[in-house]
Write a protein that binds this ligand. Structure first.
Ligand SMILES: Nc1ncnc2c1ncn2[C@@H]1O[C@H](COP(=O)(O)OP(=O)(O)O)[C@@H](O)[C@H]1O
Ligand SMILES: CC(C)(COP(=O)(O)O)[C@@H](O)C(=O)NCCC(=O)O
Length: 345
């Protein structure tokens, strides 16, 4: 199938090649590399939004205002364009996995409960994963049959600051090694083995640390959304050369929220300036010392944190996982959807 957006074949092919970390030969052309080499179908904004014509939109302006993250201008029209098709697609996947469950139970000759349908949401710091996950959760909750949808963020599985400091990782928060990956894998294994109640630890952005004794309970939802920077990271190899399972091995569907790195940097810096007036102003905020910075100082501080922590993590660990997603949602400089890549089946 030919690509649906404008641009030369060379541009399109090199885009796909970059996505999969493949070096494209200088003279590559449509003759030498057939379009079928991409496992994704590409849809521009208009083509994607047309895919939900007969599906009602269950949210209101007030709902969207409540779900929107700091600095994200998402409105009802954008939800309509992006999340109506997405929730329709996901409903098809949830139903299809339900049919597979039924077929497998018949094959085994035993009645087993269905395990939660797990959706992973990955992407950079400040790309808008939380808004995407919250809107999606709310849309799915409001489908006929009102499925129970729960949302867990992987920041709860970061090591507490004291442990990060002990390991010399305070400036590596969000890098794969800053998480208790075994605990996260155990959590997902329990969810996917059909446990009645599974608990996850909780992170507080205000204190910038794990909440002591904090727990979120996941009680057999129909759908569980797991949101975090590194949820699509490949399995680690142990010192003995053994490969463990990957977090994404437990996903039934995954979404990578994507944007240009320069846009995400700007969103991060703008958000930092807004947080200075809101969250940082609270005495218990870890960043309280930044509340009194003027605009230029705050901008320089945010740019430094971005350059030292978040951008290297994006380039080294997060971006390389983009091609592992079921669906890549790319945003433009104004946060609006630009295009969607959907994995072929
Ligand atoms: N220092 C902070 N203080 C308070 N809230 C924060 C801070 N940093 C991030 N947040 C909030 O935490 C949430 C997750 O942020 P982040 O991990 O950057 O992911 P994303 O922007 O992709 O949702 C967002 O709602 C953001 O507004
Ligand atoms: C808490 C985070 C690592 C995100 O964690 P996630 O839920 O994506 O696993 C991130 O928001 C963060 O705070 N990074 C540290 C650098 C910074 O303060 O921007």
């Amino acid at each position: 199938m030919p690509p649906r957006r404008g641009g030369s074949w060379r541009t399109r092919l090199s885009g796909w090649a970059t996505l999969f970390g493949v070096a494209l030969p200088k003279d590559a052309s449509v003759e030498s590399v057939p379009s079928s080499t991409t496992p994704f179908v590409e849809l521009d904004r208009a083509a994607w939004s047309r895919l939900s014509a007969s599906t009602p939109l269950p949210l209101t302006d007030d709902d969207v205002a409540r779900l929107r993250g700091l600095g994200d201008p998402i409105d009802l029209a954008e939800v309509d364009t992006v999340y109506r098709p997405l929730s329709r697609l996901l409903t098809l996947y949830v139903d299809a996995v339900g049919s597979l469950h039924h077929a497998t139970s018949t094959f085994l000759g035993e009645r087993t409960h269905r395990t939660p349908f797990v959706i992973g949401v990955a992407g950079s710091v400040a790309v808008g994963k939380s808004t995407a996950s919250r809107v999606l959760a709310e849309m799915l909750r409001r489908w006929p049959g009102t499925p129970r949808v729960e949302l867990v963020t992987t920041d709860g599985f970061l090591y507490p600051n004291a442990e990060l400091a002990r390991r010399g990782l305070m400036n590596r928060k969000g890098f794969p090694e800053s998480y208790d990956r075994r605990a996260l894998l155990r959590f997902l294994a329990e969810v996917k083995s059909g446990a009645d109640v599974v608990e996850a630890p909780v992170y507080d952005h205000l204190t910038y640390d794990i909440v002591p004794e904090g727990r979120v309970r996941v009680q057999r939802p129909d759908v569980l959304i797991v949101e975090g920077l590194n949820v699509l990271a490949p399995a680690r190899t142990t010192a003995q050369g053994r490969r463990s399972v990957a977090v994404s091995d437990y996903f039934d569907f995954s979404i990578y929220v994507d944007a240009r790195t320069s846009d995400i940097r700007r969103w991060y810096v703008d958000r930092f300036l807004r947080l200075r007036e809101t969250a940082f102003a609270q005495p218990q905020s870890y960043f309280h010392r930044y509340a009194g910075l003027d605009d230029a100082e705050a901008r320089a501080t945010a740019q430094r944190i971005w350059a030292e922590i978040n951008e290297p993590n994006l380039r080294q660990n997060i971006l390389p996982t983009r091609g592992r997603a079921t669906l890549v949602m790319t945003k433009s400089a104004d946060h609006r959807l630009h295009r969607v890549l959907l994995r072929k089946l």
